[in-house]
Design a protein around this ligand. Structure first.
Ligand code: NAI
Ligand code: MG
Length: 491
């Protein structure tokens, strides 16, 4: 089925550099596909190192130029304007995200509150940034205070699992703090970031403040991560790429913030409200087809309810409608790409070979129109042991690994036995247990009797190999600011 969308006009999509829409210096383009149907949505400029150079130069000029004179209230007004424009076009954005990366339209529409909420939060923060006056103990009369200054040119590298919100999560704090940005969208889903860049210009963002270079990770991404005139890289993606970002940062010791993968424990005690916990634990993994960094993929269930609970989650998973995300009935869309399909189906095989038992799902779907897309149904593996690869490695698909446990000490220890530490869930009616787990879990977020709650004002980020730095919250703005100490001798 050919989708009609105003942004998909048949023309090759250009990159935004210094306020101009340009082809790649090499003239190359690449295709972006609809993962539900395999159809080509658009050709997109394939930027590489030369384009990154141009974009970084434009961002540097803008940073040193008029943008540095913008008052906080002016940056705030621009962010509020971007928010209004995103709100105006939210249906268009939702459809574009769904077409480009497959998420159900109900999900991409529901992103409205988050997308607009983030932009308005950063707008608010633009006029709330401040240094401090600090008492010092030096002899004589000395005043000491701090200034908060934008770090400068930010390289933002994002994944494909939520293109609109991921782009806003990087551009928002940059505009609020007075930085400039070169955004490198994921090659799997570059369209909404390009459309968002159009709205940035419409909102009055000056040329060069927001630049978007589309292209591949190994070329455009790596060039941005290693660029000597980039002051900071904000990265979201896999931990392996995160490690290469850190290595690339060494040349000029640029600042880095990393939001990486996870293998988050979701812990269900026998005293939980199971009617809530069943769909809660299910959607903690099946939302966005499991393509969420903080998905609760290691489902620990107290032994005395293990069989019943895991059976109920399997039954729940069979009720979910899998299909083309553009259909409003769809609850679980396709995976984003052939690469992800191969990766996830490999893990389905590995799980079986390791002795795990699929209670639901377990194989790619190829019936009818699904043969053309990358569909994997919600899958629940029972009898999973901690040392299995499906219990240790990030699958990034709709796959639950269900593991029994007997007591609280044990589940704390086993829950933390992972290289990652991004999200975690706890289902219990016992307030004492809830507090104990909240402290004991080594992860950046603990969700109790809920999962995946997010708010622009509440910090989100990782422990251990899930990365460092926080996004959202006042902490996020600090990632884009330098602190300068000023001393004045007054006697
Ligand atoms: P990735 O980490 O390779 O890609 C994310 C972004 O980084 C993309 O924009 C990509 O172009 C860029 N990139 C890739 N290599 C780069 C390099 N050497 N230097 C600079 N930028 C580079 O993730 P990918 O390949 O899309 O997915 C692989 C696995 O990573 C997934 O199966 C999943 O396990 C994990 N992942 C985790 C995400 C998260 O939100 N934490 C998001 C996407 C993927
Ligand atoms: Mg990759």
């Amino acid at each position: 089925m050919t989708q009609v969308h105003p942004f998909l006009d048949g023309k090759a999509k250009r990159m935004l550099i210094g306020g101009k829409w340009l082809e790649a210096a090499s003239g190359k383009t690449f295709e972006t596909h609809n993962p539900a149907t395999g159809e080509v949505l658009a050709r997109v400029a394939e930027g590489d190192a030369e384009d990154i150079d141009r974009a970084v130069a434009a961002a540097r000029d803008a940073f040193n130029g008029p943008w540095s004179k913008f008052k906080p209230a002016q940056r705030q007004a621009i962010l509020l304007k971007v928010a209004d424009l995103v709100e105006r076009d939210i249906e268009e954005f939702a459809a574009l995200d769904t077409l480009d990366m497959g998420a159900p339209i109900t999900r991409t529409r529901a992103n409205r509150a988050r997308a607009i909420g983030m932009l308005r939060f950063y707008a608010g923060m633009a006029t709330a940034l401040h240094g401090e006056t600090i008492e010092n103990s030096l002899p004589g009369e000395m005043v000491s205070f701090t200034l908060k200054e934008p770090v400068g040119v930010v390289g933002a590298i994002i994944p494909w699992n939520g293109p609109l919100t991921a782009a806003i999560w990087k551009i928002g704090p940059a505009l609020a703090t007075g930085c400039t940005v070169v955004l490198k969208p994921a090659e799997e889903a570059p369209l909404t970031p390009l459309r968002l860049a159009e709205l940035c210009l419409e909102a009055g963002v000056p040329p060069g403040v927001v630049n978007v270079v589309t292209g591949f990770g190994e070329t455009a991404g790596a060039a941005l991560a290693g660029h000597p005139d980039v002051d900071k890289v904000a990265f979201t993606g896999s931990h392996l790429t995160g490690q290469s970002i850190i290595r690339a940062s060494a040349g000029n010791l640029k600042r880095v913030s990393l939001e990486l993968g996870g293998k988050s424990p979701d812990i269900v005690f026998a005293d939980a409200d199971l009617a809530q916990a069943v769909p809660g634990a299910g959607m903690a993994v099946f939302a966005n087809s499991g393509q969420i960094c903080s998905a609760g993929t290691r489902l620990f269930v107290e032994k005395k309810i293990y069989d019943e609970f895991v059976g109920r989650v399997a039954d729940f998973s069979k009720t979910l409608r899998v299909g083309d995300g553009i259909d409003p009935q769809t609850q679980v869309g396709p995976l984003v790409s052939q690469e992800q399909l191969t990766r996830v189906t490999n893990y389905l095989n590995i799980g079986r070979q390791e002795g795990a038992r699929p209670l639901a799902g377990g194989d790619r779907l190829t019936e009818g129109a699904m043969a053309k897309g990358f569909f994997v149904p919600p899958t629940v593996f029972a009898d999973v042991r901690d040392d299995m690869r499906i219990a240790q490695e990030e699958i990034f698909g709709p796959v639950i690994s269900a593991i029994p446990f007997t007591d609280i000490e044990e589940v704390i220890q086993r829950g933390n036995q992972t290289q990652f530490g991004l999200g975690s869930g706890v289902w219990t009616r016992d307030v004492g247990k809830a507090h104990r787990l909240a402290k004991a879990i080594r992860a950046g977020s603990v969700w109790i009797n809920c999962y995946q709650a997010m708010d622009p004002a509440v910090p989100f980020g990782g422990y251990k190999m899930s990365g460092y730095g926080r996004e959202s919250g006042v902490q996020h703005l600090e990632e884009y600011l330098n602190v300068k100490a000023v001393w004045i001798k007054t006697d």
